[in-house]
Ligand binder design. Structure first.
Ligand code: MBD
Ligand code: FE
Length: 283
């Protein structure tokens, strides 16, 4: 990745991700958990850790390294990043068991609410010299019976052609490559944007340090993020990937699914076009 822009620090984007999560969980409310459920989940989680310590004969220096690392994750504001990369995919799979219509996948740490509302034929807010190849992504939103959903909202966010998200990288204008697209009377939308780059977990923070210590790679394949909402219907949170893209088969966040891979076609003007339809189930 070559860029002349200052690279955002892990700590800077981590602090923003923590703040964004606190604001969003206040909005959505938190689950009321019974003592019985809390006892069971907490006990089983601790037992799983104890089992690894016993079976792997974890030493005091290893325990202290973990303790230091956990402190660093908190102080660096990287809990949202770490949890969404290494844990959220499993929670999403449980949720998907009771979900019909289009597939979802993880939300990740970089959603920001309250973006600019755009019409059904929308160009995302971007810099005048926004780098990257033009991508036109269009489709329809329908219900399970195939009826178009007019006025459905596609809350859209993506990284730029250097792999950075606005709101989490100080060199990017607020709202860049984010927007809420509203479908027309026939449930249609068409979004003009640029193809994003793959995303790399920041290597200067504790999550990156853990990945390096284990000899893993820090990459997610290039992707678009969306939430699709319509009155009376269950919201879908998903991501769309690109056929043939790097890291598709080894996403560090384990969040790819075959049915979420787009295969854009290049047009004579050099831009890329792709179509994807969404199906929402009743709420
Ligand atoms: C991302 O861009 C992302 O989508 C997820 C899930 C985790 C880290 C960065
Ligand atoms: Fe992402």
């Amino acid at each position: 990745m070559t860029t002349t822009q200052p690279s955002p620090t892990a700590a800077g984007s981590g602090a923003n991700a923590s703040e964004a999560f606190r604001a969003s969980s206040e909005r959505r409310g938190s689950a009321a958990t019974s003592t019985e459920r809390a006892d069971r989940l907490i006990r089983r989680t601790l037992e799983a850790i104890h089992q690894v310590i016993r079976e792997e004969e974890v030493t005091y220096p290893e325990f202290q390294a973990v303790k230091r690392w956990l402190m660093d994750v908190g102080e660096g504001g990287e809990w949202p990043l770490f949890l969404d990369v290494f844990i959220e995919h499993e929670v999403e799979k449980v949720a998907a068991k009771t979900q019909h219509g289009s597939s979802g996948t993880i939300e990740g740490p970089y959603y920001l609410p309250g973006q600019q509302r755009l019409g059904s034929l929308a160009t995302l807010p971007m810099r005048p010299d926004e780098k990257g190849e033009t991508l036109v992504f269009s489709g329809r939103v329908r219900d399970l019976d195939g009826r178009p959903l007019a006025g459905a909202e596609i809350d859209f966010w993506q990284a730029d052609a250097d792999g950075y998200y606005s709101g989490f990288a100080p060199h990017l204008p607020d709202g860049n490559l984010r927007g809420v697209i509203v479908t027309d009377d026939e449930g249609r939308f068409a979004i003009t944007t640029i193809k994003p780059a793959p995303y790399r977990i920041p290597t200067d923070g504790p999550t990156g340090a853990m990945i390096a210590a284990a000899g893993w790679h820090p990459w997610r394949p290039a992707h678009l993020h969306l939430m699709v909402r319509a009155g009376g219907h269950r919201r879908i949170t998903t991501q769309l990937y690109f056929a043939g893209g790097e890291w598709l088969d080894s996403d560090v966040a384990s969040a790819t699914k075959d049915e979420l891979v787009l295969d854009p076609r290049q047009q004579s003007d050099g831009s890329w076009r792709t179509v994807y339809d969404f199906v929402l189930e009743p709420a």
